[in-house]
Each structure stands twice: as structure tokens, then as C-alpha cells.
Design a protein around this ligand. Structure first.
Ligand code: SF4
Ligand code: SF4
Length: 309
């Protein structure tokens, strides 16, 4: 019975969020979150369109809409949304070390119960032109400091934490996919199917720190493993890579480590000509890349076949 009540509460909230989103038919600004249906008996005669959780457009009288101003401030005070105090998480990916081992990807998949094509971390074969040599490029969410995705979310389901992480509250997400369209790096995925996940995860308590339990009809992405960082541990992809490609650290401490080597972030970026993907966009990613020069592992036919599996 308790589970049934929880389900009802969740459904009620989604209904409310969806109703808010499509208020007026075309408006999608973040302020719409604060609109909800009023119990007032008086009517204005002016009809607005509202979408139900089942995807049906219905008309309601505008007088039935009231402003609930406390919703956003309650969200802002949520500790999960603030992140880990004093930290500014940053990742460095050394492309000169990647040989397409894909251990990062499988560790991420395992830790987050990801199956099928919706991996949060992808490894791409790159080649800038026919004359230059190909290389491998792992790409998680880049956790931008100026994220286009969070700005378009009409229900504040995806947000920027004070510690730098861009997170998604999948209990709050209504699956509109505006954030996917806004992300210039295509790092977000949509769950078209019911996720296959162990029963203890599927029935466990939801937390943004693990993005679990996973849900059908919502957007997901790399979350920088906040559940690991909270425990002073490195993200799964960092520790799983046998070639030390991934470095994680705190920009405030100017330190990054892959678990066995530790560098001053600023010096590493200076010495190795670190760069951010599509810097010109002004998104200010919190993931830096080190260029694929002086490669430890040359690009091989065997490595290439792994991407075609
Ligand atoms: S799909 Fe993206 S933009 Fe839409 S509600 Fe979910 S997190 Fe927000
Ligand atoms: S930081 Fe965590 S969620 Fe992101 S790619 Fe690495 S293992 Fe996956």
C-alpha cells in the first residue's frame, strides 16, 4: 500500500509538472513551473490548453491557474541540488593514452545499470582529415559552467550544482527532450524503453546522487558519479581505465589524479596544451582534453574493430 501511495504521489507530481509545461499551448519558459491549477470556483471565460500526463491536450479556464511561488525556492534549498561544499569538480581526458579499451564504458554501464545503446560514456573514432592520424575520444557529459541544457528545462529537472556538476532529477523530468536539443555535445540520451535494472535498484529510494532508479520516458546522462565523490572516491570510469586516461579532481585545490598519478591541474593543462571541446561555443565545459600527440598506443586495426562490434 505504501508503494502504491508513493506511485500515486509521483504520478500526481508528473501530472502537475506536465500541466504546467504546456500551459497556454506554446509557452515553455522556466517560470511555467510555478503555475498550478487553482481550486477557485470563479471562471474568467478565457481558455488555455494544458497537456495531461497521457499526452492529451485539454482546455481549462485561465482562472484555474494560480502562481505557486514557493516551488523554486524549495528546490534551490535542496541539498542534493547544492552539491559537495567547497568543491569544483573537473575532469581531464588524455587522448594520447586512449587505445579504445572501453573499460571506462563498461564500468560506467555496470555501475549505473545501463544496457542497450543508452551509454552515458561513448568512445569515438576521430580523424580530423585524410592526412592526419586517427585517435580515440571518450566523451562523457562535459558538465559545462554555462550549460545550455539547464536553461531550457521547463521544470527545473536538470540543474547546475555549486560543485560544478550538471545533474538531472529523473523524478522531476517530464521527458520533453528540450535539453537534448540544446546540448551541443549530444551527451544526453532518452529512455524509450523501460530500463532493465536489478530489482533492488528499481524499487530503491530515488536520489539524484545515483540517478537511480532509472525510468522510462526521461533523459539521462553522465553525472560525474557524485555518489563516489561524496565518499572521497573517484568515478568508475577513472578507476577502470587501464591506461590512466581519465583524471578527476578539484579545481579549487588545483589537483587531478587518475588514481596512480597526480598532477597540478593548471600545470598539466599548460604543459600538455589542454583544451576544451568546442571552446568557441562559450559553454565552458568542466572536462578538458589533452591532445592525442606522442601517443602511448598507436591506433591499430584491432582497436578499431572494437568500435564496430
Ligand atoms: S527532458 Fe530535459 S529539458 Fe525536458 S524535463 Fe527532462 S531534464 Fe528538463
Ligand atoms: S563520471 Fe561516472 S557517470 Fe560519468 S562517464 Fe564516468 S563513470 Fe560514467
Amino acid at each position: 500500500m505504501a508503494e502504491e501511495n508513493n506511485d500515486n504521489q509521483t504520478n500526481d507530481r508528473r501530472n502537475f509538472l506536465r500541466a504546467g509545461l504546456f500551459l497556454g499551448g506554446s509557452a515553455v519558459a522556466g517560470t511555467i513551473l510555478s503555475n498550478t491549477l487553482s481550486a477557485s470556483e470563479e471562471t474568467s471565460g478565457e481558455k488555455v490548453k494544458v497537456m495531461t500526463a497521457e499526452g492529451q491536450l485539454v482546455e481549462v479556464d485561465r482562472s484555474k491557474i494560480k502562481i505557486a511561488t514557493d516551488t523554486l525556492s524549495a528546490l534551490a534549498n535542496n541539498d542534493e541540488r547544492k552539491g559537495i561544499p567547497g568543491k569544483k569538480w573537473v575532469m581531464v581526458i588524455d587522448l594520447s593514452r586512449c587505445k579504445n579499451a572501453r573499460k571506462c564504458q563498461s564500468a560506467c554501464n555496470k555501475a549505473h545499470a545501463l544496457t542497450g545503446p543508452n551509454q552515458w560514456l561513448k568512445v569515438y573514432e576521430m580523424q580530423d582529415n585524410e592526412e592526419s592520424s586517427p585517435y580515440w575520444m571518450p566523451k562523457p557529459c562535459l558538465h559545462c559552467d554555462n550549460p545550455p541544457c539547464t536553461k531550457v528545462c521547463p521544470v527545473d529537472a536538470t540543474f547546475k550544482r555549486e560543485d560544478g556538476i550538471v545533474a538531472i532529477d529523473n523524478e522531476r523530468c517530464i521527458g520533453c527532450r528540450f535539453c537534448m536539443a540544446a546540448c551541443p555535445y549530444s551527451t544526453r540520451v532518452f529512455n524509450w524503453e523501460e530500463p532493465k535494472q536489478p530489482i533492488h535498484i528499481a524499487t530503491g529510494e530515488h536520489t539524484c546522487a545515483t540517478s537511480q532508479p532509472r525510468k522510462k520516458g526521461v533523459v539521462e546522462k553522465c553525472d560525474f558519479c557524485p555518489h563516489m565523490l561524496e565518499q572521497g572516491k573517484l568515478p568508475h570510469c577513472v578507476t577502470a581505465c587501464p591506461n590512466g586516461v581519465f583524471f578527476m579532481g578539484d579545481e579549487n585545490e588545483d589537483t587531478v589524479t587518475n588514481g596512480s598519478e597526480t598532477f597540478a591541474l593548471s600545470q598539466l593543462l599548460r604543459d600538455k596544451a589542454g583544451y576544451r571541446y568546442m571552446e568557441d561555443l562559450g559553454t565552458k565545459p568542466r572536462v578538458y582534453y589533452l591532445p592525442p600527440v606522442d601517443r602511448l598506443f598507436p591506433f591499430t586495426k584491432e582497436d578499431k574493430e572494437k568500435t564496430e562490434e
